[in-house]
Design a protein around this ligand. Sequence first.
Ligand SMILES: CC(=O)SCCNC(=O)CCNC(=O)[C@H](O)C(C)(C)COP(=O)(O)OP(=O)(O)OC[C@H]1O[C@@H](n2cnc3c(N)ncnc32)[C@H](O)[C@@H]1OP(=O)(O)O
Length: 186
Amino acid sequence: MKSEKQKMLSGELYLATDNELLSERERASQLVFEIHSLPPGNPQKQLLFKKLLGTTGNSFVIEKGFHCDYGYNIHLGENFYANVNCTILDCAEVRIGNNVLFAPNVGIYTAGHPLDTTLRVAGQEFAYPVTIGDNVWLGANVLVLPNVTIGANTVIGAGSVVTKNIPANVVAVGNPCRVVKELTTS
Ligand SMILES: CC(=O)SCCNC(=O)CCNC(=O)[C@H](O)C(C)(C)COP(=O)(O)OP(=O)(O)OC[C@H]1O[C@@H](n2cnc3c(N)ncnc32)[C@H](O)[C@@H]1OP(=O)(O)O
């Protein structure tokens, strides 16, 4: 029989109140607390992020106010920058390419609850992955919902809610987020 964690990672309905998942979220919460307790510029912060996250590049900056559920499902490329108050609910994998910029208050949400009231009230959840390509810039307050891929070099305008895949080399804006411009790569 599959554990709740195995179900979570394979996109099936699962119970987040499971003991294994509870203790993994507690571990992440503890590490995030330690990170937030350190003064700006303290090199220990990068070490704690490396312990928390699944993969990081050699060079990355994550400003204050970062939150995640598990940490180990987050995979960062090189030169990642996240401005303040970045929230990543990483119940499924979040893969972020190289040279990606997040403006303040970006939210990446892999998690959801069923629309069926009985299942939702019973505590069932699901999670689908999010993938963000190389050189992507997410503007302030962008929200990315479960099962979304954003292609390389794309810019998502401030305040957008990304509900579906967005191709490479475009500007896309709005709620729901739609392509408004093609970009020619320099
Ligand atoms: C690490 C950090 O990033 S910190 C910096 C934080 N800064 C931000 O978050 C700023 C993010 N920037 C934006 O949202 C910008 O508007 C950009 C990058 C999307 C502008 O892209 P451009 O291609 O230059 O857009 P342009 O200004 O030509 O607008 C194209 C159309 O989209 C609309 N539009 C632009 N941005 C948005 C937006 N965020 N939401 C809704 N509509 C928008 C414009 O009104 C315009 O509409 P129109 O054709 O009907 O007049």
